[in-house]
Design a binder for this molecule. Structure first.
Ligand code: NAD
Ligand code: TDX
Length: 330
């Protein structure tokens, strides 16, 4: 089997490449990645049967021959950070919307099976105290330039299934954590700040809730959908991991042996979504998938150990990331 993984040098894509390489010894994996600031070839180096092609998913000439040769395309490539999308939305439109369009046109030409990776943020947010969680059929109500471009990309996939009969599925996952996540994101930023002796920064009041899932569980769910999901369907991926940012920060501080109150409240994110929460019933009932990494404290401890052991991977990016946050008072 020949699998094209777009965005495979990023956080979730790189983890997907590693686990697929381990579990599918007959698979050849081609990674198409633009190697933006978020893509790191080191995340997937040294793997036989894995070929990295530097290129843009919005470049039809780069995409077409790779899709023509593939049995399956999984699209992880995206601009993925909300804060960056507020500062400059243009690459988000280009990659998330035009890039997905370009991939869809190629899979339409070649009749290739397509799986699109998306986010729960397309559904907007929930109140902190309402019992409801996101359902696959909920209306789209994105808040940020990032989530609006992901919503647009999902809509394109749905339309290409209906109008052109392409064989595609979509998954919308909640917040991931684990190794190889860029240090601009909340958990690795907090961990690497603490390694540097810097107090963690919490946006606003710290009450915003995210539904955390280990990246390996996200990726086993993606395979479950590819193997057992129904064409044209949307599946929500989540592992009942709701926690507010305050509690996550305190858990990381405690894992470092620090006072759990040793953090700073900083400027809030404009338009900051209050709460995400996933109802995974459809995924579980239709595919039998179950998460393995359900002990958040253990997953966090492993993730902290990974950042301690792999400083050469993240250190080159740290100064620039923090300089950017300093400009917005965060
Ligand atoms: P990431 O930013 O770590 O990685 C994105 C990768 O895509 C990078 O390697 C980057 O170089 C590459 N890329 C960017 N633009 C490209 C282009 N035009 N052509 C080819 N490659 C390009 O992101 P991530 O956190 O790994 O997210 C992967 C996917 O999962 C995204 O679609 C994101 O929306 C989705 N998602 C992420 C989370 C999360 O918590 N991180 C949760 C749900 C869904
Ligand atoms: O230093 C910080 N302090 C802080 O309080 C940072 C970087 C973030 N936060 C808050 C903002 C959010 O409420 O932590 C929460 C998580 O922030 P991010 O890591 O930026 O993630 P989020 O905006 O929730 O989006 C993530 O999950 C859904 C991914 O980045 C998206 O790609 C995915 O779609």
């Amino acid at each position: 089997m020949r699998i094209l993984v777009t965005g495979g040098a990023g956080f979730i894509g790189a983890n997907f490449v590693h686990t697929t390489h381990e579990t599918m010894p007959d698979a050849d994996i081609v990674v198409l990645d633009k190697l933006t600031y978020a893509g790191n070839p080191k995340s997937i180096e040294g793997l036989d049967r894995v070929q990295l092609v530097a290129g843009d998913i919005a470049d039809a000439d780069a995409v077409d021959p790779l899709v023509a040769d593939a049995d399956l395309v999984i699209n992880f490539a995206a601009e993925s950070h909300n804060d960056n999308s507020l500062a400059d939305p243009s690459p988000f439109v280009r990659t998330n919307v035009e890039g997905t369009f370009t991939l869809l046109e190629a899979v339409r030409r070649h009749g290739t099976r397509f799986h699109h990776i998306s986010t729960d943020e397309v559904y907007g947010d929930l109140a902190l105290d309402e019992p409801r969680r996101f359902q696959p059929g909920d209306p789209y109500k994105p808040s940020s330039p990032y989530s609006s471009t992901k919503a647009a990309s999902d809509m394109l996939v749905r339309a290409w299934v209906r109008s052109y009969g392409i064989e595609a599925t979509i998954s919308n996952c909640s917040n991931n954590y684990g190794p190889y996540q860029h240090i601009e994101k909340f958990i690795p930023r907090t961990i690497t700040n603490l390694i540097d002796g810097v107090r963690p920064r919490l946006y606003g009041t710290g009450e915003n809730v995210r539904d955390w899932i280990h990246v390996r569980d996200h990726n086993t769910a993606v395979w479950a959908i590819i193997d057992k999901g129904r064409i044209g369907e949307t599946y929500l991926i989540g592992a009942d991991g709701e926690k507010n940012n305050l509690d996550v920060t305190k858990a990381i501080l405690e894992a470092f042996g620090r006072d759990p109150e040793d953090f700073d409240l900083v400027a809030d994110r404009p338009g900051h979504d209050r709460r995400y929460a996933i109802d995974n019933t459809k995924l579980v009932e239709e595919t039998g998938w179950q998460p393995e990494f359900t002990d958040f404290a253990a997953g966090l401890a492993d993730t902290i150990a990974w950042y301690r052991d792999n400083e050469d991977w993240w250190r080159p990016a740290k100064e620039a990331v923090e300089a950017k946050y300093a400009q917005t008072g965060q």
